[in-house]
Write a new protein. Structure first.
Length: 372
């Protein structure tokens, strides 16, 4: 019954509805968070028009399907949408943006109960979408908290993504995106950036992503990116890097991780400057004797050199790669010897006379004091 450009006020109550089609420009606004209950029958909202706003609804019970990606809200080929102040629970997929652009996903709470990957969906998914802002959302208990595929010029800021089965944030084939000031905590892994370029990753926190295959951040086939001002704290691996080139790592804090940075495979022309490496079991793990990456002006808590001229820079270069990290890469069970005197001796001998580690993999200007 509504006309284009109308505002619908949905009064407090429970509405058992699913497959609600919004095919004209509307503002649909809840009063005191009315419940829209899909009764597990299928998708709940499908938006196919430009200029649609959903605001202040409590949406529950999306139908789980093994053939369709049912979502609480699906936006299809639409522009200028606004999804805000929504609470989504008992979901399969939460918010699914499909070939849509110039919209905003703002201040929503998306809570799943994912147990297995095969029968759970993602909290916020963008597929072939551009110029979208995703900000101040809380996503928890889904497969991937936020997932981008073939989606460019996306800005993801001030979100909390935690307790998700697989990744807090996952990029695939997506370029020129920014994510900043987000928290990724206790996920299967924090963030995976794969087959993408020109990604800016700034001022995020990656915390307590623990497990046998857990990373704060996983980079695979990434080029021309910036990683700055981030905190990686208590992850199994802070950053796992494979086939990624021309990336600037600056002003990051790596605190109490198993591996701060683990480099696997071909990674060239990367720069690591002005980072703090604090009390990690391994600061840098390398599996190659070749290195053309630059390590300069970082603070290393394991550095034991001196500073005779008192300029704040160590007079002796620091070699961050321990021989023991090579041993653990080849034979993971040897990790039980991590704190042994024997390992201290072989690491010391490798630092004095490098045989297995790249001769030029060193920080010639290690800082004597932690960067603020």
């Amino acid at each position: 019954m509504a006309s284009a450009q109308d505002t619908l006020l949905v009064q407090k109550g429970t509405y058992k509805e699913f497959e609600i089609l919004v095919d004209k420009p509307l503002v649909i606004k809840g009063v005191d968070y009315p419940v829209v209950d899909g009764e597990k029958k299928g998708e709940i909202f499908r938006i196919t028009s430009d200029n649609v706003t959903l605001d202040g609804l409590f949406i529950i019970n999306v139908g789980v399907s093994y053939t369709k990606d049912n979502a609480a809200i699906r936006v299809v080929q639409s522009k200028n949408f606004l999804l805000q102040h929504l609470v989504l629970e008992e979901l399969f997929f939460g918010i699914y943006l499909e070939k849509s652009s110039h919209g905003k996903v703002y201040h929503n709470r998306i809570i799943g109960e994912a147990v297995d990957e095969y029968n759970s969906g993602n909290g916020i998914q963008l597929w072939y979408s551009t110029d979208v802002e995703v900000l101040k959302n809380h996503v928890q208990g889904t497969r991937d908290g936020i997932y981008l595929e073939f989606s460019d010029h996306i800005t993801i800021t001030n979100n909390v993504s935690m307790d998700n089965l697989r990744y807090g944030l996952h990029f695939m084939f997506s370029d020129n995106d920014i994510y900043a000031n987000n928290t990724f905590e206790n996920n299967g892994a924090g963030v995976a950036v794969m087959f993408s370029k020109f990604i800016t990753m700034r001022n995020n926190t990656f915390r307590k992503n623990w497990g046998t295959a857990a990373y704060g951040m996983l980079l695979k086939e990434i080029n021309d990116a910036e990683i700055s001002g981030n905190t990686f704290e208590e992850n199994t691996i802070g950053i796992n890097i494979e086939g990624s080139n021309r990336i600037d790592y600056t002003n990051n804090d790596f605190i109490g991780n198993g591996w701060a940075i683990r480099v696997i495979g071909a990674c060239y022309t990367n720069s690591f400057k002005s980072n703090n490496f604090l009390y990690n079991s391994f600061d840098i793990s390398y599996n190659s004797k070749l290195n053309d990456n630059v390590f300069e002006g970082n603070f290393w808590s394991g550095y034991t050199g001196y500073d005779l001229d008192k300029d704040g820079i160590g007079d002796v270069p620091y070699r961050p790669v321990k021989l023991f990290s090579y041993v653990v890469n080849r034979t993971p069970e040897t990790i039980v010897l991590l704190r042994s005197l024997f390992m201290d001796i072989i690491d010391f001998s490798e630092r004095v006379s490098p045989v297995f580690t790249p001769d030029n993999l060193k920080d010639p200007q290690p800082l004597m004091h932690k960067r603020p």
